[in-house]
Design a protein. Structure first.
Lengths: 422, 362
């Protein structure tokens, strides 16, 4: 590799990436085989440090390299699902051991990851986690329960937030671990939702184990590490998106990549229905003739107004970000706006469907799709942070309103009132 | 800069003084406003003495005026009358009529609504009969912004016996014309005056083409709805911030009421309402500036959305202020009344929502 001493420019980075791809990209390779080459070259994560599979380029060049990959039709490093969050967290807080052991296989897609944060007793209040971690004979031993874990059933590793000390105030007694999911002390059970789908899991730990060095950060420093994971989760559209496929090109390597993304997307296949399917409304209202009812018209118009203004607000936020302006309030409103849109859409679908709104499956409108919307929408204002928590975040972080006095962070965690678990 | 200027020129004390007068504005400060900042001519082409900007810049000006609740015949003159002249008049007429408006020397308005309160050409019954090169207008106009003080009035009237969009024309009439009776209406929002105008054989000059008034009038009202949306967004934001300030200051039960979740959630909802309406107003201003064919739909969307956001913000603001919120001495009611009046002016939200669907072919 030729090292240049001069400052990289868009043109030099583009030319160098293109040259490397011309010499190395080969769609006949296996997916992991190709990604290994890509990761070793540093072109997979250009803004990462050279020591860890990157090229130390400014983040602004990531898009240029991604553009060259697309142009060549080349497959990128694995990004889908929780593995991106794991990579970002370990890069920031992990030691050399973690980086050496995990980063490469995250990028090549050889390992799948899941996030073990939420518990039955702590949803909005993540720092109230009860899952215990104890150091016994040089190994960490875990007991407790997590919930809302996407993809736990095919994960190799989990990002685990657990309590190491109940005598400290709640945030200070938490530590962060990487847990091997393939062990007998870890049991994964599907969690069925009101819409019949099972997109999430419950994960039970019964003396599950991890080596001492699987602790990430300091003992008692888990909350700061978890905050990094959560920040990246929010940045990535709160983990509620469908991952796009890199291409629809023909060839073995593309088939492998599509299979990888399909596995990650499987739990999310009903997510468009959860968001309300505003796209169906006008056509269905016309097809059913309900468009001539003035009451239905008003509801449809309200829905389309909400949906359009939410879209324009997201555009304003993106433009501000692209222009390097400080993020305004518009950036923090998306999730709350999406809840309003989904609820309004469910109301409108019901109005349009009339009595048929009571039917599902092949008897229901659109072969059950409308019914799926109606029973999926209630989740949207809860998953990924309830509307109430979103409002608190907007009020305290954007509007700078004073925090409410709390009664759980000035005393040992063991003295804080908790949920009784059955 | 404009915000600071308006803060200085239009503090609540000035708003309160002017709203008690019958005119509702003063010529001296009006001239100052225009001579220092050229505001009356913002979107008037340079060829006609204006600044040559477009609807995006006009929207910014209106947002600030809405924030300051400026008492001035700006919406009547620049938004309604000047825009109607730009849309409907011949080049010669624009050369004659626009420069004095751009300079702030002539205060003008647009008289189109009648006592039936309809906001499109279907409600126009005032007739124009030709005679000797000029026309005679007969009929009654109502809800005319600053109609009792305007120097120049653009009037929408129709050929006797015509209906709908047929036979509509625009005319100009001098404010002191013979046969014109002007009466200031008692209005809910005293910061924006309205008048009833009775035309009894009033001599009028044709603006643009005879029978060609429907298109320019409709375009003007669409553009005015966009402008009103911007003005409402400015007012709503001002209210939202005043409620936030108050919640942070007001102590109850030993802590600022802003620390209670009920207040935080209301404030978050207010922010969402105002920001969504702002996005709508900005999208509409861009569509107006670019002559987007979707403008009628987006304009109606923005008008409906901003109307509801403004009024809802005003209601929340009164509520957050508690008892003092519905007193005369507290300033909130000044904006509340503008919100209520603006909700109805140029068509209420339900009417605009239906027009939006019609414009989208539904």
């Amino acid at each position: 590799m030729v090292e240049t001493m001069s400052e990289p420019t868009e043109a030099t980075v583009r030319a160098e990436a293109r040259g490397w791809l011309e010499a190395n990209w080969n769609p006949e390779l296996g997916l992991v085989e190709w990604r290994t080459r890509l990761v070793d070259s540093g072109w997979g994560m250009p803004s990462w440090p050279k020591a860890w599979h990157g090229r130390d380029l400014p983040t602004a060049f990531d898009a240029i390299v991604a553009d060259e990959l697309r142009r060549a039709g080349a497959v990128s490093v694995a990004r889908s699902g929780v593995r991106g969050l794991a990579a970002a967290t370990l890069l920031e807080h992990g030691g050399d051991f973690h980086k050496a052991k995990f980063l490469r296989r995250i990028l090549t897609g050889e390992d799948n990851w899941c996030q073990l944060f939420s518990e039955p007793g702590s949803g909005s209040d993540l720092a109230g986690a009860l899952t215990r971690a104890e150091l016994k004979e040089g190994r960490w031993v875990f007991n407790g329960q997590k919930v809302w874990t996407t993809s736990a059933h095919h994960a190799d590793w989990g990002l685990l937030l657990a309590r190491t000390d109940s005598n400290l105030p709640k945030h200070q007694g938490l530590s962060y671990f990487v847990l091997d999911m393939r062990q007998s002390g870890v049991e994964v059970r599907q969690l069925r939702q009101m819409n019949g789908h099972a997109s999430f899991n419950q994960v039970f730990f019964t003396d599950a184990e991890a080596p001492a060095e699987h602790l990430v950060g300091e003992v008692g420093g888990g909350w700061a590490v978890a905050t990094t994971t959560l920040m990246h989760e929010r940045r990535g559209a709160d983990g509620m998106r469908l991952w796009g496929s890199a291409s629809n090109l023909k060839g073995h390597i593309y088939d492998e990549e599509r299979a990888e993304i399909a596995t990650v997307n499987e739990p999310y296949k009903w997510y468009p229905q959860r968001a309300g399917r505003v796209d169906l409304v006008l056509d269905r209202a016309k097809a059913t003739g309900r468009i001539s009812d003035p009451v239905v018209r008003q509801e449809i118009a309200r829905l389309l107004t909400l949906s359009k203004t939410a879209e324009w607000t997201a555009t304003r936020a993106r433009v501000a970000q692209a222009q390097g302006r400080p993020p305004g309030p518009e950036g923090s409103l998306g999730k709350l706006a999406a809840s309003h849109v989904a609820r309004a859409a469910a109301r409108v679908h019901t109005l349009i469907s009339g009595a048929d709104a009571m039917l599902s499956g092949e008897d229901g409108p659109m072969d059950g799709l409308i019914a799926e919307i109606l029973v999926s929408v209630p989740a949207v204002s809860i998953a990924g942070g309830t509307d109430e928590i979103q409002r608190n975040i907007i009020a305290e972080r954007v509007l700078r309103m004073p925090k409410e006095p709390r009664s759980d962070d000035d005393r040992p965690f063991r003295d804080v009132p908790k949920n009784r678990l059955g | 800069m404009l915000r600071r200027f308006l803060q200085e020129k239009s503090p609540p004390s000035v708003v309160r003084r002017l709203m008690e007068t019958e005119a509702g504005w003063e010529r001296e400060s009006w001239l100052e406003l225009n001579q220092q900042l050229g505001l009356t001519g913002v979107h008037i082409p340079e060829a006609f003495g204006g600044q040559g900007f477009g609807f995006v810049e006009l929207g910014i000006v209106l947002e600030e005026m809405g924030r300051a609740l400026l008492c001035a015949p700006y919406f009547a003159t620049t938004v309604l009358a000047a825009t109607a002249i730009m849309n409907g008049a011949s080049e010669t007429q624009q050369t004659a009529l626009l420069p004095p408006i751009a300079l702030g020397e002539v205060v003008a308005t647009l008289a189109f609504t009648e006592p039936n309160g309809r906001w499109d050409s279907s409600g126009i019954e005032t007739t124009a009969t030709s005679g000797g090169g000029r026309f005679r207008l007969d009929g009654v106009k109502s809800f005319v912004l600053d109609g009792h003080t305007a120097d120049l009035i653009v009037v929408a009237a129709r050929a006797p016996g015509s209906s709908g969009e047929e036979g509509l024309s625009l005319f100009t009439v001098n404010g002191d014309a013979a046969g014109l009776t002007r009466r200031a209406l008692k209005v809910l929002d005293p910061t924006r005056k309205q008048a009833r105008l009775e035309f009894n054989g009033v001599a009028a000059d044709l603006l643009g083409e005879l029978g060609g008034g429907a298109g320019p009038l409709a375009r003007t009202l669409t553009q005015a709805a966009v402008c009103l949306a911007s003005e409402m967004v400015g007012g709503a934001e001002r209210l939202r911030l005043s409620a936030l300030d108050y919640a942070n200051l007001r102590m109850q039960f030993g802590r600022p009421i802003a620390s209670f979740q009920s207040m935080k959630h209301k404030q978050a909802d207010m922010l969402l309402d105002v920001e969504l309406a702002k996005s709508a107003a900005y999208a509409a201003a861009s569509a107006a500036a670019e002559g987007d064919p979707e403008l009628p739909a987006i304009a109606s969307l923005a008008k409906a959305c901003a109307s509801e956001a403004y009024l809802q913000t005003a209601i929340h603001t009164i509520q957050i202020h508690g008892g003092i919120g519905f007193t005369w001495d507290n300033d909130t009611h000044l904006w509340f009344k503008r919100a209520k009046s603006s909700e109805v002016f140029l068509g209420d939200p339900a009417w605009h929502r239906d027009r939006m669907l019609q414009a989208w072919g539904a």
